[in-house]
Design a protein around this ligand. Structure first.
Ligand SMILES: Cc1ncc(COP(=O)(O)O)c(C=O)c1O
Length: 370
């Protein structure tokens, strides 16, 4: 089976982890955490990094530290992982859904303004499958309406727009280092930000809001800490980030060549001025795949190729049906995200993929046309 993803740990991971074990620094103190935070922040051109246990906790930490609270609304893409909605709800605010751009599959800036109301406090764009959102346009709207911007960069390490890295546009930007991400620590996350006071606040809340005197608390905090062991792996991964991003783009070129002239398979786009890092190589199937997306996925599995369906839109999530005021309003039309959900799937995309495997995947997909 050609898997959708496999991590590649071919740098200093082993050496740094052994160093943690040999020095007994395995928990949430230790020099690898600071070094990992600094290396990711430097790579993105942002002053501060605050590492966390996941991107989910990073998003919740950022929302909370920025003061997003009950009574607020946060604009999120309808086409995203449910984490976008959940973390807003967990912060006590209400998510408001915005349809996707049909080419980039990211939140559509042209649809933002119609969703802004008196309670709108923030926008949380997600750089989808490695393609950066149109951050200049989003920033401009955010400035006009005085909104906070929290970037979700879980899928877009190294992506750029206008020569600037994803993660350098928002008041905060959150990364995932889960096992299937371009940089991984197994489980892990990070918030980047440019404001020293915000970074300090996030460090405080990440660690139960411990201050002096110890065990006397002035705020509600969390345990969102990362371990030195995870950060050791993360530092080794970050040392090779340029190589990994280049490899992702090379795999995308191989796919584009393998699909050249192939009808009815819409390939991922790269907007002018954008650098797509193709975290997952997503495609949209046309009508000639009469067995439908799920039928194609089943057939690909039989042929030894693992695939995954695109995200199910937020307005179609059973958990949000009903009139619970904490949950997003799910009525309304989201034709772009519906189409992505109906037709989209992603193909094997791991960093260790060979050109031969890419060609094999493309050939197997072509056989699924009825
Ligand atoms: C867009 C997006 N946001 C957030 C997350 C959550 O990341 P984590 O698993 O590190 O909590 C993911 C995970 O895949 C994701 O794709």
């Amino acid at each position: 089976m050609i898997p959708v993803w496999e991590p590649v740990l071919d740098g200093n991971e082993r050496k740094y982890v052994l160093d943690c074990l040999e020095t007994n620094w395995i928990s949430s103190l230790g020099s690898y955490i600071t070094r990992f935070e600094e290396s990711v922040a430097r790579y993105c051109g942002v002053p501060y990094g605050v590492a966390t246990s996941s991107c989910t906790t990073a998003l919740h930490l950022a929302l909370t530290a920025l003061g997003v609270a009950p009574g607020d609304e946060v604009l999120i893409p309808d086409f995203t992982l449910i984490v976008s909605a959940n973390t807003v709800i967990q912060a006590g605010a209400r998510p408001v859904l915005v349809d996707a751009d049909p080419r980039t599959w990211c939140i559509d800036p042209a649809r933002l303004e119609e969703k802004i109301g008196p309670r709108t406090r923030a926008v949380m764009p997600v750089h989808m499958y490695g393609h950066p959102c149109d951050m200049p346009a989003i920033r401009e709207i955010a400035r006009a309406f005085d909104l906070l911007v929290i970037e979700d960069c879980a899928e877009a390490h190294g992506a750029e727009i206008g020569g600037r890295k994803a993660g350098s546009f928002g008041e905060a930007a959150c990364f995932s280092f889960y096992g299937n991400k371009i940089l991984t620590t197994g489980e892990g996350g990070m918030v980047l930000c440019s404001d020293a006071a915000l970074a300090e606040k996030m460090r405080l809340l990440r660690n139960q809001a411990f201050t002096q005197p110890r065990f006397v608390h002035r705020e509600i905090g969390f345990n969102y800490r990362i371990t030195n062991l995870q950060a050791a792996i993360g530092l080794a991964q970050t040392e090779k980030v340029e190589e990994k991003v280049e490899r992702k783009r090379e795999i995308a070129r191989w796919y584009a060549e393998a699909f050249a002239g192939s009808e009815d398979v819409e390939l991922p786009w790269e907007a002018p001025g954008a650098k797509n890092v193709y975290w997952m190589y997503g495609v949209k199937l046309g009508d000639s795949f009469r067995r439908g997306r799920d039928g194609v996925m089943a057939a690909m599995k039989e042929k030894g190729v693992e695939t995954r369906a695109f995200f199910c839109p937020m307005h179609r999530q059973p958990v949000f049906v009903g009139d619970d005021p904490r949950f997003p309003e799910t009525s309304g039309e989201y034709p772009v995200s519906d189409d992505l959900w109906k037709r989209g799937l992603y193909l094997p995309s791991g960093l260790g993929l060979t050109r031969g495997q890419v060609e094999e995947v493309a050939a197997r997909l072509a056989e699924c046309r009825d």
